[in-house]
Write a protein that binds this ligand. Structure first.
Ligand code: AHG
Ligand code: MN
Ligand code: MN
Ligand code: MN
Length: 338
């Protein structure tokens, strides 16, 4: 006999239900993180919908401004940033926001403050927007001791202090991957329900992978150990088969594939970017947190990525004229939004 349950899943683990379950493991919790996450989820749905109609709604192309990294902002970079800033501020649960697209940290109006700092890359993979290739949003969340007296120093915490991180990939389907420090779970947006449904419970990275992922166009500027490592992926000397190369150019998509299929994703430092290209607070930390929670590893080349202590919210931005210690410190409290 046919059961509805054979065709339809009738007991859905929505992301809200999952986060509430997680919350109930902490009886002292007042639901602040749950509320914050639901605002982030709303931001992801909004951006997913904008991405879907980007070509139709004239959302492709440049916005006309340059961000702090010296990159030309795309319209979707600017729109997504606005969406997330509004969603985060209106949650009433954040005190500081750090975004790739805002030069200064945003200190939320004291009336709307909560205890969390959120670092985010509103639209990751901007170069892939106009050709319809997967892009995403990345976020990492810290708890701040005192929201009323928070300073920038407190925001520059090592990644290991993060309490939650995630990304949303706007791809062939829209997938949100989240960890609140108790493993990693993946949710797929059901557009007809407007809900993220758990489709990838307890993600663990496969222990062995057959894929390496790197922009080989930079090979001329690599150092010898990096060049040797990649050479070995192609010409193994231990009798194993060569690895396959996959590289999308959106960190979210490259990390997502690595998480599900295994292997290695790397963006090594090179002569052009001596500290690497990936941004510590809103790319490296959240992705490293997820990788470790999924049983993987993340290294800078010298040590564990999550042990890094950023000195600037946009690390590793290189600004020759301003010494690192003077950037965004002391009296410069950044922008305030409410
Ligand atoms: P963003 O679009 O947020 O600026 O990030 C782009 C990043 C990251 O997504 C990706 O891994 C890397 O830049 C790709 O760089 P290349 O184009 O140099 O390979
Ligand atoms: Mn960018
Ligand atoms: Mn990015
Ligand atoms: Mn970006």
């Amino acid at each position: 006999m046919d059961h509805a349950a054979d065709t339809f899943r009738t007991d859905l683990m929505t992301i809200t239900r999952h986060v509430l379950n997680e919350q109930s493991r902490h009886p002292e919790s007042r639901g602040d993180l749950t509320i914050l996450l639901s605002h982030i989820v709303l931001g992801c749905k909004f951006v997913a919908s904008a991405v879907n109609k980007a070509g139709l709604a004239k959302l492709t192309g440049l916005a006309g401004e340059t961000n702090v990294q010296g990159e030309e902002q795309k319209k979707l970079d600017v729109l997504s940033n606005e969406v997330f800033v509004n969603a985060l501020v209106s949650s009433g649960r954040t005190c500081v926001l750090v975004s790739e697209e805002d030069e200064k940290a945003t200190f939320v109006d004291p009336k709307l403050r909560g205890k969390y700092c959120v670092c985010f890359d509103p639209l990751d993979g901007s170069s892939n927007i106009d050709c319809g290739v997967s892009i995403g949003t990345i976020f990492g969340i810290y708890m701040i001791k005192n929201q009323d007296t928070v300073t920038l120093e407190e925001v520059l915490q090592p990644g290991k202090d993060m309490i939650a991180a995630g990304y949303c990939m706007y791809g062939s389907s829209c997938t949100l991957v989240l960890s609140t420090g108790n493993g990693v779970n993946g949710f797929t947006l059901d557009p007809s329900l407007g809900e993220f449904i758990m489709t990838h419970p307890d993600i663990k990275i496969p222990p062995k992978g057959k894929i390496y992922s790197v922009n080989e166009g930079n090979a001329k500027n690599w150092d010898t150990p990096t060049a040797k490592y990649v050479e070995k992926c192609k010409y193994p000397t231990d009798g194993s088969s060569p690895k396959s190369l996959r590289y999308i150019g959106s960190m979210v998509a490259d990390v997502h594939r690595t998480l599900l299929y295994g292997g290695i994703f790397l963006y090594p430092a090179d002569k052009k970017s001596p500290s690497g290209k990936l941004r510590v607070m809103y790319e490296v930390f959240p992705m490293s947190f997820l990788m470790e929670e999924a049983g993987g590893q993340s290294f800078t080349g010298k040590g564990r990525s999550l042990d890094l202590i950023p000195t600037d919210i946009h690390d590793p931005r290189e600004i020759p004229d301003i010494p690192r210690q003077q950037r965004q410190r002391g009296g410069d409290q950044g922008a305030v939004r409410g």
